[in-house]
Design a binder for this molecule. Structure first.
Ligand code: UDP
Length: 369
């Protein structure tokens, strides 16, 4: 049987490698872009030699031993503790909003009062989504919740999603909960690191197998498929079905990449701007791998509605309507034999990288058992 993987992103690479290695079968991987890695692609900037995350900051983090051990076969790692900042009233302070951020934002007496209230109410090392924190009758907690809502979440979410925090799926703002802790890390996972030679290099290594052929700049054409081909499709599921039920909605992002004539532009890899500017955040790429250079490369992120043919898909928009539409496509997909949909676009899920890898490994397990 012939195997075709559509999409040379992380999900596509993992499934292709599983087939090539474990089944010892040939796999053709095609991608319409001229690079591998999908939206985790990075490249080395010619002038500064800094690895630039082409589609925004990617920080690998996972609690899964399986995923960590799997990827570690293809890359060495650079330990990276992600400690971003958020600009509140012109000052760069700790994000996620935690007990250090309180110290940074309030006079000592007030900071102490709010810290005590939060710790007494929730306990240390707890994580409270902002929308849950807002749901309180206590005056002090309400003050803190309104402050965080206004200065961290509201403006950012309106820019990022075109909607207010309470209008998007709760799980999205819950990705960055208020953290009753002095731990400044964005993630608390067991493993957190950046591939030492970059993400593109890691993906190339996953695809580097005698049974795998990669063809870039190649569009997928359903009509050219043989009936006995097994197809692993990581492209948009609605596109596969020619949008017969309509388009699944996405948010898109564009990037303003600039080289700055300073060694460091900002104190952290990522600084978020909820209240100021029309971009959401600035990434300074040299921080990820601790790269040294006289100049630096930054990128500003601008969010837009996804428009077919105009920009790229980044974030599935999770709501009842899109879930119902996805369900229709998913039902169609189930009727097909030997066609599997996965990855952020195929499964229409806001996957983190480790979730995408695990889903691909599990898909392989499921077809192979
Ligand atoms: N968010 C926010 N302010 C911030 C950071 C995050 O309002 O400073 C909200 C926003 O709605 C965002 C969501 O939390 O879309 C998830 O943020 P995350 O950093 O996980 O987004 P990603 O890195 O996946 O783009």
């Amino acid at each position: 049987m012939e195997n075709i993987v559509v999409g040379a992103g992380l999900s596509g690479a993992v499934i292709a490698n599983s087939i090539a290695e474990k089944l010892n079968e040939k796999v053709l991987v095609i991608d319409k872009r001229d690079f591998v890695g999908g939206n985790i692609n990075d490249y080395v900037d010619e002038q500064t030699h800094i690895h630039v995350h082409r589609f925004g900051p990617h920080i690998f983090h996972t609690n899964s031993d399986r995923v960590w051990e799997y990827l570690s076969k293809f890359t060495d790692w650079h330990d990276f503790s992600f400690e971003p900042k958020v600009v509140i009233k012109g000052k760069k302070v700790t994000l996620p909003f935690n007990l250090n951020t309180i110290k940074e934002c309030f006079e000592p007496e007030l900071a102490q009062k709010y810290t005590k209230k939060l710790v007494d109410t929730y306990g240390m090392e707890t994580k409270i989504p902002i929308l849950e924190l807002k749901n309180t009758d206590d005056e002090d907690l309400k003050f803190i919740a309104d402050f965080v809502y206004k200065y961290v979440f509201e403006g950012y979410t309106v820019k990022q999603w075109g909607l207010k925090p309470e209008e998007i799926d709760k799980s999205i703002t819950a990705r960055v909960p208020v953290f009753i802790s002095y731990d400044n890390r964005y993630f608390q996972d067991k493993y957190q690191a950046i591939p030492k030679e970059g993400y593109s290099s890691m993906v190339k290594n996953i695809l580097n197998h005698k049974n795998i052929e990669v063809r870039l700049n190649t569009e997928f054409k359903k009509a050219e498929l043989d009936s006995d081909t097994r197809l692993f499709y990581t492209g948009p599921i609605d596109e596969y079905f020619d949008y017969k039920y309509g388009q699944l909605p996405y948010r898109s992002v564009t990037f303003g990449i600039e080289t700055k004539d300073v060694e460091f532009y900002q104190p952290a890899a990522m600084v978020n701007y909820p209240c100021d500017n029309d971009f959401t955040r600035i990434t300074e790429h040299k921080h990820f791998l601790g790269e040294k250079s006289e100049k630096t490369v930054i990128s500003k992120e601008y969010s837009h509605q996804f428009e077919l043919g105009k920009n790229e898909r980044f974030y599935p928009i999770s709501n009842n309507e899109s879930a119902a539409l996805y369900q229709k496509y998913s039902d169609e997909a189930k009727k097909l034999k030997n066609v599997y949909f996965y990855g952020r676009l195929g499964a229409y899920k806001y996957y983190n990288m480790d979730q995408a890898v695990l889903a691909a490994l599990e898909l392989f397990d499921s077809i192979n058992t």
